[in-house]
Design a protein around this ligand. Structure first.
Ligand code: NDP
Length: 289
């Protein structure tokens, strides 16, 4: 674990944190403290196990102790909203918050998951005008789809096991984000990708902690010109990406999304641009990949 030096013995350290449950093993503290140290900032990042019944008290505590901000992870991304003083437009549309900033004593919620993903995707392609398949309709899928729509994607196919959740995301994209074409697919058995798809995203939790778990997509429906992206970062080498790579597709693992959302959080809280490469190295070191 990186240890920040006590840089200014006569002033208080600035504190940010992550609240979740379970939260042990969350890699963000390791990345953040490395980046604080490299930037010469006397800041600390705490990883805090907070149960749903203690969330309100924990947010009050964060206010009382003057924390500069916080990340919220599962299961708090939605429940934290009524405890805040305001939301960014994207977080308001997503209905989920993973990053909070204290601005003049007020706690403002933002969502950096989707922004982190889009920034990572831009290293391969500009998503504007592309046809995107989103596998899944949970929190990560929602954050990604909203940011892609805000980045100029107008054609989506939402493929989800539970129909109401898929429909809810499809409605959000058409009714509030101006998407011109949204197909909603009830995912049963193997899903066949349409030849017109440009970007295919696994935004389900399939593959989390199991690099051989299979996302049920017909292998022969991959086309070499498609881009495959996975949100799963542990392990980053997923079967979904391996199958796409074998078909000749370019692939994007979940590490970039995680690093970028941390980079954005760092920037929001400190106003300083962190060393993203150093944060990626720290993440890989933490995960031993
Ligand atoms: P949610 O629980 O909100 O959503 C899970 C989604 O996966 C749902 O759409 C669910 O479908 C689907 N799903 C789960 N199991 C299956 C299955 N066996 N078959 C078909 N669909 C399935 O989780 P999140 O969206 O918050 O997280 C999803 C993944 O994203 C996790 O692995 C998480 O670690 C990762 N993540 C990565 C980030 C990064 O920075 N790289 C950031 C945030 C999340 P249904 O609705 O039918 O239940």
């Amino acid at each position: 674990m990186a240890q920040a030096k006590r840089l200014h013995p006569e002033s208080l350290q600035s504190i940010v944190c992550c609240m979740g449950q379970p939260v042990a093993g969350n890699p963000t503290q390791f990345m953040m403290e490395r980046a604080f140290s490299a930037a010469g900032l006397d800041w600390r990042y705490l990883t805090l196990e907070v149960s749903p019944e203690n969330l309100e008290a924990a947010v009050q505590g964060m206010r009382a102790m003057g924390f500069k901000g916080a990340n919220f992870t599962l299961p708090h991304k939605v429940c934290v909203i009524p405890l805040l003083d305001g939301l960014s437009p994207a977080a308001e549309k997503m209905g989920a918050v993973n990053c909070v900033q204290r601005v003049e004593g007020k706690l403002i919620g933002e969502n950096t998951d989707g922004k982190g993903f889009v920034q990572s995707l831009r290293e391969l392609v500009d998503p504007a005008g592309k046809s995107v398949v989103v596998l899944g309709a949970g929190g990560a899928a929602r954050a990604i789809a909203v940011e892609l729509a805000l980045s100029g994607v107008t054609e989506f196919t939402i493929v989800n096991r539970s129909v109401p959740r898929g429909q809810e995301l499809a409605d959000l994209l058409t009714q509030r984000l101006g998407a011109s074409r949204v197909d909603q697919v009830h995912w049963q058995g193997e899903y066949t990708l349409a030849a017109t798809a440009n970007i295919v995203i696994n935004a389900t939790s399939i593959g989390l902690n199991d690099g051989n778990a299979r996302v049920p997509v017909v292998v022969s429906s991959w086309r070499p010109e498609m881009i495959a992206a996975d949100v799963v970062f542990n392990p980053p080498d997923t079967r979904f990406l391996r199958e796409a790579a074998q078909a000749g597709c370019k692939t994007l693992d979940g590490l970039g999304m995680l690093v970028n959302q941390a980079v954005i959080g760092f920037r929001i809280w400190t106003g300083i641009e962190p060393d993203a490469a150093l944060m990626r190295d720290a993440l890989e070191e933490f995960l031993s990949v």
